[in-house]
Design a protein around this ligand. Structure first.
Ligand SMILES: Nc1ncnc2c1ncn2[C@@H]1O[C@H](COP(=O)(O)OP(=O)(O)OP(=O)(O)O)[C@@H](O)[C@H]1O
Length: 370
């Protein structure tokens, strides 16, 4: 089991059953397919960034990865052991659920909401230390807290340690929340839009700090962002991969630069088009790479490839067959038939409104970019 990835998600599905609302006249519960068939490994000291439009399942997938959400199908393994078997007491693994929970931490967009307003920073940061290192004296705990506050740029540390959360700026609160998560000695931190609420000028600083502390604390990040340029920065500097999600599915996964410079899924192209500050030199007049702008419903997602209703390259086969992830290179995959030059896609009829294309012949068959 020692070779097992830190976290391994296999065919993970999360469906929510919603009770019928007042306006649901048929009175039937509805199933929201928040995440469907996602397989991904997270290694030690890894960075996986999840991007995609609102409601595509980023938070649900992230929470499932760290054991805060039980999948309705598929499995999540921590160091080779199913975490829900551990939780349910059905595992022979030599690890307690409390250790799994401690190892998988989360920081949110709004740090204020997770800091007790009535406690000083020193007291907030003492809590994880008491759990992880119960043998420390009060003086030793203080020393560790001061040294971490110094490290995250909150100096003089003794001064910051005595403040209450409301006496800190948003950026400082986020540093405290990050410090608290790190003091748990986690293997993975889920950073769910953790920099989105910060001033633009502070975002890079915070991302740099997170990556610097990654080396010190030996932790991995699942970094959720709706902004591809932030995900690019974080992933590129952290040497990780970006996962592009669309309607509960992983559309594409790969290293930041490959994914942005040479996207293999037409939806990645859309995200790229919609992110003007990528420095891609795409003119505003270049065609919007989608046929329709309306967002399909995760309660009733399109058949076949979920993106086919909006995809400017969709063909008949995309309406009835669901593409599995196709390996693009050793660290990348794309769930698009176009990544397979021998797929029947190339002989299938383009859908209405899709520009006909010449057969890729012996070329890669991948999405051609500018
Ligand atoms: N507890 C829940 N019960 C029912 N539906 C849910 C629940 N949590 C999430 N959903 C639905 O699942 C889908 C995915 O939601 P999720 O929050 O994971 O998306 P997201 O990509 O993180 O969105 P955002 O960027 O807006 O936070 C959405 O349709 C959402 O409404």
């Amino acid at each position: 089991m020692s070779d097992a990835p830190l976290l391994s998600l296999k065919n993970v599905e999360v469906h929510f059953e919603n009770e019928p609302g007042l306006l649901d006249f048929d009175g039937e519960a509805q199933t929201v397919r928040a995440v469907d068939g996602v397989t991904i490994d997270i290694e030690e000291n890894d960075v996986i960034s999840l991007v995609g439009e609102s409601g595509c399942g980023k938070t649900t997938l992230g929470k499932t990865a760290i054991g805060l959400q039980r999948p309705t199908a598929g499995s999540v393994e921590y160091k080779g052991h199913d975490i829900w078997d551990i939780r349910d007491g059905n595992s022979d693994a030599d690890i307690a659920w409390s250790d799994v929970r401690r190892s998988l931490q989360i920081i949110h967009q709004d740090p204020g909401s997770s800091l007790n307003p009535n406690r000083r920073i020193v007291s907030i940061l003492s809590e994880p230390l008491r759990q992880v290192s119960p043998g420390l004296s009060t003086g030793e705990r203080r020393e560790r807290i001061y040294s971490l506050l110094d490290r995250v740029g909150m100096s003089p540390a003794p001064d910051f340690a005595e403040r209450y959360p409301h006496q800190l700026s948003g950026g400082e609160k986020q540093r405290v929340v990050l410090s608290r998560a790190l003091l748990m000695n986690p293997d993975v931190i889920l950073a769910d839009e953790a920099i989105s609420a910060l001033d633009v000028s502070l975002r890079v600083e915070m991302m740099d700090l997170m990556l610097e502390l990654q080396d010190v604390f030996d932790t991995s990040y699942v970094f959720i962002s709706h902004d591809l340029s932030n995900a690019r920065y974080f992933t590129e500097h952290g040497g990780g991969r970006i996962g592009v999600m669309y309607l509960g599915k992983l559309a594409e996964l790969g290293p930041a630069e490959r994914l942005i410079q040479n996207p293999q899924h037409p939806y990645t192209e859309v995200l790229r088009w919609a992110t003007p500050n990528l420095g891609m030199n795409m003119s505003v007049t270049s065609d919007f790479p989608m046929r329709k702008i309306d967002v399909p419903d995760p309660i009733n997602p399109p058949s076949g490839c979920r993106f086919h209703t909006r995809c400017p390259k969709a063909r008949e086969v995309c309406t009835r067959e669901t593409p599995d992830p196709i390996s693009v290179d050793e660290s990348s995959e794309a769930a698009c038939f176009r990544a397979d030059e021998r797929h029947e896609y190339w002989n299938s009829e383009p859908l209405d409104g899709v520009e006909p294309e010449s057969d890729p012949g012996s070329t890669s068959g991948g999405v051609e970019m500018d």
